[in-house]
Design a protein around this ligand. Sequence first.
Ligand SMILES: NC(=O)c1ccc[n+]([C@@H]2O[C@H](COP(=O)([O-])OP(=O)(O)OC[C@H]3O[C@@H](n4cnc5c(N)ncnc54)[C@H](OP(=O)(O)O)[C@@H]3O)[C@@H](O)[C@H]2O)c1
Length: 245
Amino acid sequence: MAKIGLVTGAGRGIGRDIAQRLAREGYACGLIARTQSQLEETADLIRKAGGKALVTPTDVSKREQVLVAVERVEKELGPISVLINNAGAYLRKPLLEITEEDFDFQLKVNAYGPFFCTQAVVGKMAERGGGTVIFVLGSETRGGPAQYSAYNASKLAQRAIAESVAYEFMHLGVHAASLDVDGAVDSPRVREAMPNTDPSHFVAPEAICNEIVHLINQPKSSWTFQVDLRSFVQWRPRAAPKKKT
Ligand SMILES: NC(=O)c1ccc[n+]([C@@H]2O[C@H](COP(=O)([O-])OP(=O)(O)OC[C@H]3O[C@@H](n4cnc5c(N)ncnc54)[C@H](OP(=O)(O)O)[C@@H]3O)[C@@H](O)[C@H]2O)c1
């Protein structure tokens, strides 16, 4: 099968790391995000390391744009065998302050986005009898902490899409999996926000990339459908210590 990847949210952060890693694994990569300059930077990094990348500026919440990007990637690079739904919009706001527009926006990027991207590639993967679709989720889909109701609802919707795609397409040879990143991912932004935390206690982007490579190389006799990556910093006792009597 041709090694062609499509990575959404590839302009910075985790998506940039994933795209670089897929390129190192021999995948020609279509890169999706809205900001062209950031995608160009990712593509430069890939090309300087000897890989192949195509910049396709796209808003994943706009179906027509997704269809155009997928068509271009398949025409210029080849049939997409791996889709990483990583692009995400993040909102932390008290429930009473969340506007209808905020709520719509979260759903558009985090639920409609992966839905449109998956719908654009998975049918063709099934026709070819193989492919992998990975959904990058966050810890909020489990715990639902305060001030995350819009983000949480959109990511839960994404998890539901992942489950359905997995069951609908597994017998057609397409492996869909959700990768739940349960904790803060190491980045300059996170280190600045949590200066007193040992950086080795955050989820390492490399660990996320390792999981992705593991998932896409699994034989169909034994596919993983869900991965939870927990950071050391999040993995602390949740129960309050007993009061001394
Ligand atoms: N960072 C963490 O600690 C953490 C933890 C758990 C899970 N996650 C998940 O991991 C994923 C990546 O997070 P990150 O921290 O790397 O985010 P980030 O640094 O904010 O990067 C997000 C990427 O998605 C793109 N994007 C956002 N909206 C888009 C849209 N409508 N259409 C196309 N691309 C869009 C952004 O580019 P443009 O703005 O240019 O479009 C950017 O390239 C997210 O799904 C997030 O929920 C992150």
